[in-house]
Write a protein that binds this ligand. Structure first.
Ligand code: COA
Length: 168
């Protein structure tokens, strides 16, 4: 008899300020590989987010309105790998868009491995049409009145419009 396999769990961390269609693409690919995904809003000390933690959680929740049984959304403070071990996650998912991502991602992955050998990082490439986007570039375009509606979920687009029209 085949041994029963326990469900596989991966963590997809990021700042998600805001979540974009590129992130959604990576989540879709990760769901093809893992039974469950935790989307972890983690702290990058180098960033000052536009949206509060609660706004970012709500934005992501609205992307998965049916209480997606295979997706959990969590805010994570402290070391990501500690959280991964605590939750029994086998892998950390990161998106790789271009060669320019590689240096930073390699450093992050190797540091995470040094801290915790049991957790591996898996890199996934988004579809070509999302290769050039980032949360910052989307915010910058939206701040100047650019149409980013194809690059983010509809409710995120509306939030961007609201934020930048109230600060104009
Ligand atoms: N589509 C669109 N944009 C994408 C993307 C995709 N598929 N993949 C990455 N990006 C963009 C993001 O929008 C973000 O853009 P921005 O810089 O303009 O905001 C950028 O690429 C990368 O950011 P993100 O994926 O959100 O990660 P991050 O670098 O902000 O976060 C953490 C890194 C939070 C995962 C890392 O700091 C961490 O693990 N922190 C927890 C503390 C810890 O464990 N520290 C030790 C680490 S060794």
């Amino acid at each position: 008899m085949m041994p029963l396999q326990s469900p596989t769990l991966a963590i997809y961390p990021g700042t998600f300020d805001p979540i974009t269609m590129g992130h959604m693409d990576i989540i879709g690919r990760a769901l093809n590989l893992f039974d469950r995904i935790i989307i972890a809003i983690a702290i990058n000390p180098g960033k000052t987010p536009l949206f509060t933690l609660d706004q970012r959680i709500e934005m992501i929740q609205k992307c998965f309105p049916e209480e997606h049984p295979r997706i959990e959304i969590a805010a994570v403070s402290g070391l990501l790998v500690n959280y991964a071990v605590q939750r029994g996650a086998k892998a950390i998912i990161r998106g790789l868009r271009a060669v320019s991502d590689f240096d930073y991602e390699l450093q992050l992955a190797l540091m995470n491995r040094k801290l915790e050998r049991e957790v591996d990082t898996i890199f996934l490439m988004p579809a070509f049409r999302w290769i050039y986007i980032s949360s910052s570039i989307i915010k910058d375009a939206a701040r100047h009145g650019g149409d980013v509606s194809e690059l983010v979920p509809a409710h995120v687009n509306q939030l961007l419009i609201d934020v930048f029209s109230s600060s104009a």
